[in-house]
Design a protein around this ligand. Structure first.
Ligand SMILES: C[S@@+](CC[C@H](N)C(=O)[O-])C[C@H]1O[C@@H](n2cnc3c(N)ncnc32)[C@H](O)[C@@H]1O
Length: 271
């Protein structure tokens, strides 16, 4: 295990201990909200009977949603604390969810071509080179299978609402592929925690991934782009106080999300 994995295991244990947002299992889902949570764009159709991998997707949110919709769900995550939240959700709904602990850079515990859908919530930036993960995803997806991932907008990764200087949010970090970026958690990560004074975890340590590297790697592996979103789940408000999250994200969308189809027979070669 390397330092990248060790840091994330400790950080996600601390986030779970503090009852941070991403570690709270979704225990109030019904069919409609489950569908909205994992397929807001309505691209998937029915998932009943499909084999779904929630990759680095522990916490008991997406796994519960897919399982409620009738999918056969496996969660693969580095953090035992996060996987325990998936087990909590599974018991709550009386569903079967398989949990496997491991690093997204090595999916060898999973059989080749064993999933119809790989769903990867925000997590790709926690490793220095996303291409390693993409190659692993291509190995476990069936041809024609779907891959979703969500990641930090690479054009300003590392900028936050704290960077307001009275006129704007000042970009300071170079657009350097693989550069480590340390980002303090936004206040809302701990809001509505069951603890009145949760102890924040060490900051997120992420790695900037250039847009071209990400997309060219996927193209080279035979992924075809189906849908892109830069407007989900962050509640922008241009009228909000400058220096707040709501104002900041109205200036700069923080996350990008992609749906792709694994189509190795239509593989293109990068020039
Ligand atoms: C933002 S959470 C996942 C989404 C969560 N279910 C939610 O809705 O917020 C990111 C996950 O990535 C996992 N993680 C971090 N580094 C990882 C790695 N190298 N391999 C696998 N999982 C990793 C963490 O343990 C954590 O559960």
């Amino acid at each position: 295990m390397d330092d990248v994995a060790r840091y994330n295991i400790e950080r996600w244990q601390a986030l779970a201990d503090a009852d941070a947002l991403f570690t709270r299992p979704a225990l109030d889902l019904d069919a409609a909200s489950a569908h909205e949570r994992v397929d807001a764009e309505g691209l998937l159709g029915g998932v009943a009977g499909r084999d779904v991998l929630c990759l680095a997707g522990g916490g008991g949110q997406q796994s519960a949603a897919f399982a409620l919709l009738g999918a056969n769900v496996t969660v693969f995550d580095l953090s035992e604390a996060q996987l325990e939240r998936d087990r909590v959700a599974a018991r709550h709904y009386g569903l079967d969810i398989q949990t496997i602990r491991g690093d997204m850079r090595d999916l060898s515990p999973l059989a080749p071509a064993s999933f119809d859908i790989v769903y990867q919530p925000y997590s790709l930036g926690f490793v220095p080179d996303a291409r390693v993960v993409f190659a692993q995803v291509a190995r476990v997806l069936r041809p024609g299978g779907l891959y979703y991932f969500n990641f930090s907008n690479p054009f300003y990764c590392g900028l936050s609402e704290r960077d307001w200087d009275g006129n704007g949010y000042v970009l300071k970090l170079p657009y350097a592929d693989g550069a480590e970026v340390v980002i303090p958690d936004a206040e809302w990560v701990y809001a509505r925690s069951r603890q009145s004074h949760p102890t924040p975890a060490r900051p997120t340590r992420e790695y900037r991934q250039s847009f071209s590297k990400l997309l060219n790697s996927l193209i080279g592996l035979g992924f075809a782009l189906l849908h892109v979103s830069d407007s989900r789940d962050f509640y922008p408000d241009p009228e909000a106080e400058p220096g707040t999250w709501a104002h900041f994200v109205s200036v700069a969308p923080p996350w990008l999300a992609f749906w792709l189809r694994y189509a190795p027979d239509a593989q293109f070669t990068n020039p």
